[in-house]
Design a protein around this ligand. Structure first.
Ligand code: HEM
Length: 255
């Protein structure tokens, strides 16, 4: 197999997606910080520095309303890409269950192991994290709507909506922390991955092939695919239940 050009990159995300992601990330961070400030889960000094408890509460309620309506509107009536994104985030295949063990080995020793192939645009781990983020965001939105719309005096409904909102927020923040931890590219297994969202949108072909083999093969020409496969070492078992392409990609990796 030909020696690969390890400097080659491919485009993972175009500018529109990167700008949308940056706006999404910024709004979600403001919502989390203002929500924590409002719930007195931040040190008093930090709350004062950020404008105070009341101001943070107003910001959280107003931005939350705009954000919830905008995201729900985009998902329902926006471009098909939004619905495709949700489908790509939440579709699991039979062979995905065995991927996780190979991924843990890869994260612990990236120079010695490769994760098993899969067919997705996102790997099964990303899909789980995204599914938890989406599910908890949906619960956050519904419970927030209940807090807005509950008739005055319905204290038990308000108390339940608030309890559910807080639990969903904890799950949302935990899943997001995993996403950010991997997404900033500090793990040796995901070095420089942040560039795909906060840089020029490109990723080294070798890393792309390791993380999303079938997607990568679809993006590059056949001859390039051979070259990229040539730079892989370690041969994870081909996943049962995956497409022929994923199995062929596994086989293409030299022993
Ligand atoms: C601020 C820290 C964040 C970092 C470093 C980060 C990093 C990343 C990276 C590297 C990707 C690309 C993954 C891939 O191509 O497979 C990504 C995708 C994504 N992130 Fe983030 N992210 C951050 C915050 C957020 C927040 C707050 C959200 C909202 C809940 C979010 C939602 C998403 C979504 C939905 C995608 C998939 C976009 C697509 O493929 O079209 N991210 N992120």
């Amino acid at each position: 197999m030909r020696r690969p050009d390890t400097r080659q990159t491919i485009l993972r995300h175009g500018p529109v997606v990167r700008i949308a992601h940056a706006l999404l990330a910024l709004s979600v961070i403001v919502l989390i910080v203002s929500g924590l400030g409002m719930a007195e889960r931040l040190p008093g000094q930090a709350v004062s520095m950020l404008g105070g408890h009341v101001w943070l509460g107003d910001l959280h309620r107003q931005l939350g309303l705009v954000f919830g309506v905008a995201v729900a509107g985009l998902m329902l009536f926006g471009p098909a890409a939004g619905r495709r994104l949700i489908r790509d985030m939440c579709r699991f295949r039979r062979g995905d269950a065995t991927w996780f063990r190979s991924f843990v080995r890869y994260v612990l020793a990236p120079s010695r192991h490769r994760p098993q192939s899969h067919d997705g645009r996102f790997d099964p781990g990303q899909r789980i994290v995204f599914a938890v983020i989406l599910g908890s965001a949906a619960v956050l939105t519904v419970s927030a709507a209940a807090l807005y719309l509950a008739p005055v005096g319905s204290t038990s409904l308000l108390a339940w909506a608030l309890r559910i909102h807080v639990v969903a927020a904890v799950i949302f923040i935990a899943a997001l922390a995993v996403h950010v931890l991997v997404g900033v590219g500090l793990l040796a297994s995901h070095r420089n991955i942040g560039r795909v969202m906060f840089g020029d949108g490109r990723v080294k072909q070798g890393l792309a092939y390791t993380l999303w083999p079938t997607w990568t093969a679809g993006q590059i020409t056949d001859s390039n695919a051979d070259a990229v496969a040539g730079q892989q070492h370690g041969t994870p078992a081909a996943a049962s239940g995956h497409t022929d392409l994923a199995r062929r990609l596994d086989k293409a990796r030299p022993e």
